[in-house]
Design a protein around this ligand. Structure first.
Ligand code: SF4
Ligand code: SF4
Length: 304
């Protein structure tokens, strides 16, 4: 059995100050960090003690986790377990990268977001070069504000051409982008049209709740981050008994970490096993399904 887990613990703080983010410069108390560390230790222990399942783990913290030593050490440890196929995390890449020398490089991966205004381009690119030297898998992404498009194109130009750059589209208002801006963004990220809409999801097959789940710091299991109906508890229930094929009960799904698991979109064929860390297997222009023809809808949240 293989199970993907999106883990989001108690941590909700960040060293960056992105103006649109609720976690910007937010600090956790010592007690909260201690709780978060204890919960993470319990999660790692659970993975170690469940050798009959192959895990694909993706950490999606509210805020930045890799500035915390206990996250770095846990990722290193998990990357050496035989039953862990992959361990990935969303990060702003502000931390030192030396800890990755200890990690299992064939298993660890980073979803890295570049935040212009919080770090400068050269500093971010130097981190990317170091990841390349170390042989660490990573994607680079950026939030697609209109006034950031020049910078998005610059980072695309300066990264190795085989490095996938994703863009999170703003869906705040109808026709936020002009046709020319859409074209420029698609030239950077051929899969951005999937991110420019809220996918109608109610009643559609989604792998979450079957082969993918979301788990919080207390071990509570949800099918995904967006449907808060508890399915059970990782540490108290036999999770194998609560997983089965399901359809979505939400009207729409607008974030990559959700819609990528919807069967009919066929995105597992695009990411070929790297859908968690969002590394597309090809950057060639794609023939988009009709429903992804660019449109607009009210927005979701923006973060790392
Ligand atoms: S968007 Fe990401 S990097 Fe920026 S403040 Fe929020 S959590 Fe931190
Ligand atoms: S489509 Fe999105 S909201 Fe619906 S179950 Fe899947 S991940 Fe959750």
């Amino acid at each position: 059995m293989t199970l993907s887990i999106l883990y989001r613990g108690t941590l909700s703080s960040c060293n960056y100050d992105c103006p649109y983010c609720p976690f910007a410069k937010r600090k956790d108390s010592r007690a909260t960090l201690a709780t978060d560390a204890r919960q993470l230790t319990q999660f790692v222990q659970f993975i170690r003690q469940t050798p009959d399942v192959r895990f694909r783990l993706f950490f999606t913290p509210w805020g930045e986790a890799l500035i915390r030593n206990y996250y770095r050490q846990s990722l290193v440890e998990l990357s050496h377990y035989d039953n862990v196929e992959k361990v990935a995390i969303q990060t702003n890449l502000s931390c030192s990268l030396n800890w990755l020398k200890e990690a299992g490089r064939d298993k660890i991966a980073l979803w890295s977001t570049y935040h212009p205004g919080q770090t400068n381009r050269d500093t971010f690119l130097a981190k990317c070069s170091k990841l390349d030297e170390m042989g660490i898998a990573y994607s680079v992404g950026i939030v697609g504000f209109k006034d950031t498009i020049d910078e998005i194109e610059a980072i695309r130009r300066l990264l190795p051409k085989e490095r996938y750059v994703w863009v999170n589209a703003l869906k705040k208002k109808e026709d936020y982008y002009t046709p020319e801006e859409k074209e420029r963004l698609i030239a950077v990220d051929p899969y951005i049209p999937y991110n420019m809409i809220h996918h109608e999801s109610k009643g559609r097959d989604c792998r979450t709740g079957h082969t993918v789940v979301s788990v919080d710091g207390n071990g509570n299991i949800y099918r995904c981050h967006f449907i808060k109906e508890k399915l059970g508890n990782l540490y108290e229930d036999d999770f194998r008994k609560i997983l089965y094929p399901r359809v979505c009960t939400n009207p729409t799904c607008g974030c990559h970490i959700g819609y990528v698991h919807m069967d009919h979109l066929g995105l597992y064929d695009v990411y070929k096993g790297r859908e968690l860390e969002r590394i597309a297997s090809s950057m060639n222009a794609v023939n988009l399904p009709e429903e992804v023809a660019i449109s607009s809808a009210p927005v979701s949240i923006l973060r790392s």
